[in-house]
Design a protein around this ligand. Sequence first.
Ligand code: NAD
Ligand code: 0WE
Length: 262
Amino acid sequence: MAFLEGKRILILGVASKLSIATGIARAMHREGAELAFTYQNERLGERVRQIAESTGSNLLFPCDVTSDTEIARLFTDLAQSWDGLDGLVHCLAFAPAGELDGDFVDVTTREGFLTAHEISSYSFVALGRAARSLMEGRNGSLLTLSYLGAMRSLPNYNVMGLAKASLEANMRYMTASLGPEGTRVNAISAGPVRTLAASGVKSFRKMLDYNARNTPLRRNVTIDEIGNAAAFLCSDLASGISGEVLYVDGGFNTTAMSALPD
Ligand code: NAD
Ligand code: 0WE
């Protein structure tokens, strides 16, 4: 198959081998893409380097998305190796821990709201702008990762739900903006996965169990399944798809009641 042969794709958001970005990198490498990676800080650099190497890449750049300077430097550095870019995968989010534990109305602060939206939504358009000239006219593709908490409320996801709603709208506005120059923009709304970001969340195991029991497929999704959908969306097989939120959640979002109770 190798439907990403000849594509150069930048992946942001690898933190460990469990990261959704790692599953995406594996699938894209398998389909023949050339990959580059970013890491948030030096603490994560070594681990990301190993994962990059396992996908045949030695292109590795620091980028904390709260810094305009680091975003700008990322693309000047990347342009030293690549004269164009075909794909960018935005696989990062953050809200301060206190925002994700307790009653939404009680725990949501101005500062936490701003941080969540800055890192989890604003960064996508900031990266899209910085990547624009490298991607223009190549039928390239931008992809971000969302969650059902953008559309529905659930316990503790709180301000992250607002940030994901913003991210999905951001994706649609970027679609309108970049479409005329041939660039597509999409989101994957993934079911819950045990990653580093999730391990910081109280009762995440319970949530995974609830989710598996109430999903049409009766199980949770894997980072490799999310990776396969991501590889497809960034490939020419998806050349007619832009502005879309693709659910990779075993069908969870489509049910109002998964089965009759006993
Ligand atoms: P993860 O912890 O493996 O990845 C989160 C990444 O965000 C890390 O690599 C971290 O370094 C990065 N990050 C945070 N703040 C940053 C900053 N200021 N600058 C640069 N990078 C920063 O967790 P994950 O679950 O793989 O998360 C990846 C994406 O998938 C996120 O957008 C998350 O919301 C989304 N998502 C996760 C799940 C889930 O259940 N795990 C489900 C749906 C969507
Ligand atoms: O988007 C996410 C995780 C986002 C996230 C997680 C953390 C934990 C550690 C953002 N910021 C932080 N900050 C931290 O300090 N998911 C979709 C996974 C997730 O997180 C939840 C969930 C699900 C599902 C938090 C509460 C409830 C459900």
